[in-house]
Design a protein around this ligand. Structure first.
Ligand code: ADP
Ligand code: ZN
Length: 748
């Protein structure tokens, strides 16, 4: 897309611009456009503006009529090209308002990092892209032939790829250019972190009737008159949802529009990205992958390509929902239930919900996919707001695995594995099949306990025990990352019997290695996958059969397609069930159904064993029967009785600060503010105000924390309360911070 586009359609003879500045202000500001910059200032421009005595970065979101009061001037336009278009600006603003977050800081979060400081400009890397010409004979030299064959096979190959394949390819490339076997183009370099993953080429499949029906309905919506349509693709694990996404994207591109595909935590879903890549390569689709592994410069590059309209498909995690695709036709949200779509700090948006908001504003088709949709999404489908598309069976007539509960109260002995699970594991090993073991706790043990005085070692900054890691010989806080060496003796009573309590993945690994010395065991959790590429290597080893038993946290439940896995064991379902959160049953149902869904995806049937003390828990019971609908019906009726989402709306207000009494007082004041002025029987009374009360983690990173939970059946009265909250912000004492979490996902 050329600059002319902006000049003709978005540039007006405006004298003032609406600008979101990077500062904690809850509204946008107006600045005058000096004549000298009139040609340069566009919607989407990043600019330097004065704010008080400082100068800050701002983003141009729209045009203003200058009023009577004189405005300050925009001082500089920082980037040569705008970073987004007018309809994106409208979306960012609406998102900021919805989540009660300062618009300038919201836009900063939306954009690639590194663009908010005045003096930083991510550098642009350049690369060369080689393509074969139409000439179809062969050159003379052996090296020349090899290089040419490589380029012909890859259609277009970058210099950096060639360098990895051939030592010093320059001279050969030069010669091939002279002989007119090759042509070259200089491009901005976007490193592709998935380039090193090998995948078999995508095998075209014939859709089964359920897939076909889903595709037909989505295509009808895409072909239609460009209006907002949303779908829930509700397909059991292994039902072939990816194939449906691909067809929907293909149709979008045929119609000349672009597609956005959101996936949870890209680094954890290499298989999916690889499948997309191979498919798109075959179809000459220009793909950009946006994710947190990119450097600031790389992300900036990819972002500008997208804004220019040079990209057909963006795949990305959460923040890609803001990608400035100029003519978006389809948004896919894969695994829409995944918790990582919610940003847990700062701008606390939920990318799934914003996908729907954006779809509505841009009039696109939105497709949410999951085997275990969150209940809010499911209820929307039941209400008819989303079209419910179902894939009730696995592809190729594979069966869902058999799921069995193992009663831990009958289990004796030290082993973390019940006899039943040990036996099943031995059988799987004997048959040469793979096993996944889920234990949602990393480290060796959740804490060290003094067996003389009963003291446990706690984080000095947070009210939480320190996790013990034997591998790292450390005690660590999983919230603030505080670390210390395990002490020799108890700090309270000087006793020396400090022993690990409870279980973590390290301890499970140790036990499996001891009891099954012949098995090849690996562990997948944050500790073993923190280094770059480590997660990929584990996935590859699973695929090639170099691992027999993979132990891990919930990471192992995420979307993997390991055909040789026949046994899945869940070590303990109870910790998660007992969390004091109205969503705990939903989370457990979802996690266990997802991890169960990893079993039996190949030719051999799968089985799942879940160890628990709560054998008659209803959520577990529904898991064993693969009965999402039954679970949802029961859970929804309970939610309805208490006006919990999806039958009500929540906003969580958290006050935090170093000084405990200041935080308490501020919380009391805010609560009083919220209740005052409410007339009995008025709309405001429709908001229930719960608290103030200490947060579940009352001290985190050395901050004391109090919360007030607002709950309402309708959004409107809730919004009015939030306006009061925004006004209250200015009355906060120094050192106390108020965060507003709209539609909170967890309330720790
Ligand atoms: P889901 O995402 O629903 O869990 P996937 O999309 O990973 O399932 O598909 C599971 C497997 O089924 C994949 O290996 C995929 O290639 C295969 N598959 C998809 N559609 C078909 C089909 N129509 N016929 C045969 N195999 C299929
Ligand atoms: Zn801590």
């Amino acid at each position: 897309m050329s600059d002319r586009f902006f000049v003709t359609s978005e540039m007006q003879q405006a004298q003032a611009a609406e600008i979101a500045v990077v500062a904690p202000l809850d509204k946008t500001l107006s600045y005058a456009i000096p004549a000298a910059l009139a040609e340069e200032v566009r919607i989407g421009s990043r600019v330097r503006v004065p704010l008080g005595r400082r100068q800050v970065v701002g983003y141009v979101l729209g045009w203003m009529e200058p009023g009577d009061t004189p405005l300050k001037d925009i001082l500089e336009v920082i980037d040569p090209h705008p970073l987004f278009h007018a309809h994106h600006a409208a979306f960012y603003l609406r998102a900021a308002r919805y989540y009660v977050y300062p618009p300038g800081q919201a836009v900063r979060t939306a954009l690639p990092a590194g663009l908010s400081a005045l003096d930083s400009k991510p550098s642009v890397l350049r690369d060369k892209l080689y393509r074969a010409t139409a000439r179809d004979d062969e050159p003379q030299g052996v090296r020349q032939r090899e290089v040419l064959a490589f380029i012909r096979a890859g259609k277009q190959v970058s210099l950096s790829q060639l360098r990895q394949q051939f030592p010093m390819p320059h001279a050969v490339l030069q010669r091939l250019m002279e002989l007119e076997f090759l042509q070259v183009e200089e491009v901005e370099r976007c490193r592709d972190p998935f380039a090193e993953i090998n995948v078999d080429n995508h095998q075209p499949v014939d859709l089964n009737p359920a897939q076909q029906q889903a595709v037909t309905q989505i295509e009808e919506a895409l072909d239609g008159p460009g209006s907002f349509r949303s779908f829930l693709l509700h397909g059991v694990t292994g039902s072939g949802k990816t194939e449906v996404y691909l067809r929907a994207i293909a149709r979008t591109l045929e119609l000349g529009r672009q597609a956005l595909m959101l996936v949870p935590e890209i680094a954890l879903t290499p298989q999916l990205v690889a499948r997309f890549r191979s498919w798109f390569q075959d179809h000459d689709v220009r793909l950009a992958v946006l994710h947190s592994g990119l450097s600031d410069g790389e992300r900036y590059d990819a972002w500008r390509q997208v804004a220019r309209g040079d990209i057909d498909v963006v795949i990305g995690a959460r923040s890609a929902v803001f990608a400035p695709l100029p003519d978006l036709g389809l948004i896919v949200v894969d695994e829409e239930h995944d918790g990582s779509y919610k940003q847990s700090e700062g701008f606390r948006y939920n990318a799934r919900d914003l996908a729907l908001m954006r779809g509505q504003m841009d009039k696109t088709v939105v497709l949410l996919g999951s085997a275990t949709p969150v209940l809010t999404t499911y209820q929307r489908a039941l209400d008819g707001h989303l079209t419910h598309l179902q894939l009730p069976e696995r592809t190729a007539e594979r069966k869902l695995p058999q799921v069995q509960l193992v009663d831990l109260s009958e289990h004796e002995g030290e082993s973390l594995l019940s006899e039943a699970l040990q036996k099943a594991l031995a059988e799987a090993l004997l048959a040469g099949e793979q096993t996944l073991l889920l234990l949602n706790r990393r480290g060796y043990a959740p804490f060290l306990l003094c067996h003389d005085c009963g003291a446990s070692l706690r984080c000095p900054n947070c009210d939480i025990t320190l996790t013990y890691s034997q591998v790292q010989r450390s005690l660590r806080c999983h919230y603030c990352d505080f670390r210390q060496r395990p002490p020799e003796s108890c700090e309270r009573c000087s006793g020396v019997r400090l022993l690990p309590e409870g279980m973590g993945t390290e301890r499970l690994e140790e036990e499996i290695r001891q009891n099954f010395p012949e098995a090849r065991v690996a562990r997948m959790d944050r500790d073993t996958t923190s280094r770059k590429g480590a997660h990929h290597r584990l996935v590859e080893k699973m695929m090639t059969g170099e691992i027999d038993v993979l132990i891990g946290t919930q990471m192992i439940a995420k979307g993997h397609d390991f055909p040789a896995v026949t046994l899945v064991g869940v070590l303990n379902a109870d910790t998660a069930l007992n969390l004091p959160d109205f969503r705990s049953a939903e989370r457990v149902f979802s996690l266990l159904s997802q991890v169960a869904g990893r079993a039996g995806r190949g030719d051999r049937p799968g089985r799942v064993m879940i160890q628990t003390y709560a054998v008659d828990n209803y959520a577990l019971d529904f898991v064993t029967r693969h009965d999402y609908q039954g679970f949802a019906a029961l859970e929804l009726s309970q939610r309805q009785a208490l006006y919990y989402p999806p039958f009500g709306y929540l906003v969580n207000l958290v006050l935090s600060g170093n000084d405990e009494s200041k935080v308490h007082n501020a919380a009391e004041q805010l609560a009083a503010n919220l209740t005052s002025g409410a007339v009995i029987g008025s709309m405001d009374m429709a908001v229930e105000i719960l608290g103030p009360a200490p947060c579940l983690l009352p001290r985190l990173r050395n901050k004391h924390r109090m919360q007030i939970l607002l709950k309402a059946e309708q959004r409107e009265p809730l919004r009015r309360q939030i306006e009061k909250v925004s006004r209250f912000r200015s009355q906060l004492p120094a050192g106390v911070v108020l965060t507003v979490d709209v539609d909170p996902v967890d309330m720790f």
